[in-house]
Design a binder for this molecule. Structure first.
Ligand SMILES: [Zn+2]
Length: 88
């Protein structure tokens, strides 16, 4: 999975960039590559193994039902509530 390697490199570049603009574009690049890797994983029917928020393993049942899920059910719930509040 070279995409993950590229993503790690882009993150590293963003983290160490001396200039704020470089840092922002580095993060954008990491985001773009990460997005591609995520889409590929989803197309292959592989959901995220661990919750993006609490790092708890996501139950196989949830991953099978929602391979695009990045969070466990309770974190997704919290996330949805936060998003709803932010958007009014
Ligand atoms: Zn969680």
């Amino acid at each position: 999975m070279s995409d993950f390697h590229e993503m790690a490199e882009a993150f590293e570049q963003a983290r160490t960039a001396p200039d704020v603009t470089d840092r922002a574009s580095g993060l954008e690049e990491a985001d773009r590559i990460g997005g591609v890797a995520l889409v590929q994983a989803r197309l292959q029917g592989q959901g995220a193994e661990f919750c993006a928020d609490c790092d708890e393993p996501i139950p196989a049942k949830r991953r099978a039902a929602a391979p695009w899920a990045e969070r466990c059910i309770s974190c997704q719930d919290d996330h949805d509530k936060r998003e709803a509040r932010r958007h009014g």
